[in-house]
Design a protein around this ligand. Structure first.
Ligand SMILES: C[S@@+](CC[C@H](N)C(=O)[O-])C[C@H]1O[C@@H](n2cnc3c(N)ncnc32)[C@H](O)[C@@H]1O
Length: 277
C-alpha cells in the first residue's frame, strides 16, 4: 500500500461513525469510576447497582438487558470505542501537550528507539519523533491511533504504530532505549524490563491510586531508580483534577554496571579496562 493510500484509509477509519449502540457506555463508565472505591468491584456488584439505578430512572427492561449484556460480553470493544470518542472529540478534556515528566526526562538523553505503550492519540509519540527518536506506539483504540498517524503525516514525521492490546504486542527482548507508560496501567512489568536495552529507561506517570503502597517501585524492582516522586499535582487525565500522581524514571543497568557491583576490585584476571562501558 502506498503511503498516500494508507493515510486515506486511516483517515476513513478516523471519520467513521462511532458505534451508536455503545452510546450509553461513557456515562456508565463515568458513573462507575465515581463510585466509592469499595463499591467499584466486583463487576457483578457494579452491574447490579447499575441495573437498579436504570430501573429507578424508568429505563425499559429490554434496554437494561441490552446494556448489561454488552458490558458482560464486549467490554474491550466498549473501552476502545470510549477512548476513540475521548480522543477524537472537538473538546478534549485531557492535557493535549506532551507529558511534562517525559519532556523533562528527554532533556538530557540521546535519542534512540522508543516505545509508547497505550499511546492514545499520540501526543507523546509525536513529541518523541520530533526530538529525533525512532518511535513506535500502540493502542487498541483504532481511531485514536489513526489520528496520531494523520498528525504525523501532516507534520512530516515518521512513527510506527499498531492497533493492539499490550498482551498481544511483541515487545521483544532488549529492543528499546525508552519505554513510556503515560497514564497507562502497568499490566506486565517483567515484559517491559526484558524489552529494555541495557542502559534503557522506563518512564511512567499515572495515578497513585492504581497501586498498593510503593507498588510501582515493587513492579520495577529489577531496575535502578533514577527518579521517583509521589505527590499531588494536576492530572493529565481524570478531568485534569489535582490528585496524587506517581512518576518513575528507572534504568536497566548495563552489564558492565552490574558486573562492577559484584566485582568490587579490579584484578589481573579482570583488569579495570575490561569493565569500561
Ligand atoms: C489515559 S489514556 C493515555 C494515553 C497516552 N498514553 C497519553 O498519555 O496521552 C489510556 C490509553 O491506554 C489505552 N489502553 C488501555 N488498556 C490498554 C492495554 N491493555 N494495552 C494497550 N493500551 C491500552 C487506552 O486505549 C487509552 O488510549
Amino acid at each position: 500500500m502506498t503511503r498516500r493510500v494508507a493515510v486515506f484509509a486511516l483517515t476513513a477509519v478516523l471519520l467513521a461513525a462511532q458505534i451508536p449502540s455503545f452510546n450509553f457506555y461513557p456515562e456508565f463508565r463515568r458513573w462507575w469510576f465515581a463510585l466509592p472505591a469499595e463499591q467499584r468491584r466486583p463487576l457483578d456488584a457494579v452491574i447490579d447497582r447499575y441495573q437498579q439505578r436504570l430501573g429507578s430512572e424508568g429505563v425499559s427492561a429490554d434496554e437494561i438487558a441490552r446494556r448489561v449484556n454488552l458490558i458482560r460480553t464486549r467490554r474491550q470493544e466498549l473501552e476502545n470505542d470510549f477512548w476513540d470518542r475521548y480522543f477524537t472529540t472537538d473538546k478534549p478534556e485531557f492535557n493535549t501537550a506532551p507529558n511534562s515528566f517525559l519532556v523533562s526526562v528527554l532533556d538530557h538523553r540521546r535519542p534512540g528507539r522508543a516505545l509508547d505503550v497505550g499511546m492514545g492519540e499520540g501526543r507523546n509519540t509525536l513529541y518523541l519523533a520530533k526530538q529525533g527518536w525512532d518511535v513506535s506506539g500502540f493502542d487498541p483504540a483504532a481511531k485514536a491511533v489513526a489520528l496520531a498517524e494523520k498528525r504525523a503525516n501532516e507534520l512530516g514525521l515518521k512513527i510506527h504504530t499498531q492497533v493492539a492490546l499490550d498482551k498481544d504486542f511483541d515487545f521483544g527482548h532488549e529492543q528499546w532505549d525508552l519505554i513510556l507508560l503515560s497514564w497507562m496501567p502497568v499490566n506486565d512489568s517483567a515484559r517491559i524490563v526484558s524489552a529494555l536495552r541495557p542502559g534503557g529507561v522506563l518512564v511512567f506517570e499515572g495515578p497513585e491510586a492504581w497501586f498498593p503502597p510503593n507498588g510501582l517501585l515493587k513492579d520495577f524492582a529489577a531496575l535502578r531508580v533514577v527518579h521517583y516522586e509521589d505527590k499531588v499535582r494536576q492530572a493529565d487525565f481524570f478531568e485534569r483534577k489535582e490528585i496524587p500522581v506517581v512518576r518513575l524514571l528507572a534504568e536497566k543497568q548495563s552489564r558492565v554496571a552490574l558486573l562492577r557491583r559484584y566485582v568490587p576490585a579490579c584484578s589481573t584476571r579482570l583488569p579495570c579496562s575490561s569493565l569500561r562501558p
